[in-house]
Design a protein around this ligand. Structure first.
Ligand code: T3D
Length: 266
């Protein structure tokens, strides 16, 4: 890691692991230290059985403004060709892949602007709950780049090709109310309520059968590339796995006994 300051706050609360991007002076833009810490934190959340929901949010008035452009300014001091692919492959791509494949729910609590790779990070999460003052900018085009970190994959799937292309090639700011209307976020709440509403949602998700949530993510991820018959068969296979969990037995027992289910993962 390049920076020793605490650029990522990690907190645990009843099965919820909250990751707070913490470089507020630069709108939580990503330097290597933050990317490395975030990659590690998501890997750790995967391994830790006590974690049943992950929340990613930002400190201060931004969610994340994407790549820290000041941090990489040295690249532009000479006319030597600039090779961005290696940095993206090494630090951004594993993060996005891991969030998508993490078999636990991941919520982006978008507290402010999410721009560039910061927008991509929010898109990679399973749900987005936005504060009224949040906004989304596919800022890449404004610096002559193409959307990366999964934006070209997630954005059209979430909001359709027409809105996605428009956001990507104009780089315009999409405010929270529009984001809700076009399906970019799941809900919008007053700024003052974001933490409490996120906590409520995360607690609910953490109390559900985590294994079944993980298998559901797996199925949805696979569906994007599968034919219907392949997907039907895949669902049957995953359902076999879900059917063998204790949580499934508990869910059925609770239904029959007319009581609340207590899911314990597994
Ligand atoms: O390796 C690679 O380069 C490839 C990877 C690319 C992935 C990417 O993410 S490319 C896209 C990078 N991000 C951007 O281009 C966004 C740049 N930022 C902005 O356009 C604006 O800051 C925002 C629209 C996001 C917010 O505007 P506003 O007016 O609310 O805030 P501000 O005043 O512009 O920013 C506040 C401070 O944060 C300011 O610092 P200062 O003047 O108070 O000292 C600003 O410089 C700093 N800041 C904002 N974004 C970044 C940043 N510093 C470094 N890098 C940033 N991305």
């Amino acid at each position: 890691m390049g920076e020793s300051a605490n650029v990522l706050e990690i907190a645990n609360d009843g099965g919820i692991r909250k990751l707070t991007l913490s470089r507020p002076d630069v709108l939580n833009s990503f330097n290597n230290a933050l990317l490395d810490a975030l990659n590690k934190a998501v890997r750790d959340a995967e391994r830790d059985n006590s974690v049943r929901c992950v929340v990613i949010t930002g400190a201060g008035r931004g969610f994340s403004a994407g790549q820290d452009l000041a941090d990489v300014s040295d690249r532009y001091k000479s006319d030597a060709p600039i090779e961005l692919g290696a940095h993206i492959r090494e630090r951004y791509n594993p993060l996005i892949s891991k969030i998508r494949s993490l078999e636990k729910p991941v919520i982006a609590a978008v507290n402010g602007v999410a721009a560039g790779a910061g927008c991509s990070l929010a898109l990679a999460c399973d749900m987005r709950i936005a504060a009224e003052s949040a906004s989304f900018i596919e800022a890449f085009i404004n610096v002559g780049l193409v959307p990366d970190s999964g934006s070209t994959f997630m954005l059209p799937r979430l909001i359709g090709l027409s809105h996605a292309i428009e956001m990507a090639i104009t780089g315009r700011k999409v405010k929270a109310d529009e984001a809700l209307r076009i399906g970019l976020v799941n809900s919008v709440v007053p700024d003052a309520d974001l933490a409490a509403e996120t906590q409520k949602l995360a607690s609910r998700l953490a109390s559900l059968p985590t294994k079944a949530i993980g298998l559901t993510k797996r199925a949805m991820n696979a569906a994007w590339n599968n034919e219907l018959d392949t997907q039907l068969d895949y669902e049957a296979m995953l359902q076999t796995a879900a059917g063998q969990t204790k949580d499934h037995r508990e869910g059925i027992a609770a239904f029959l006994e007319k009581r609340e289910a207590k899911f314990n993962q597994g």
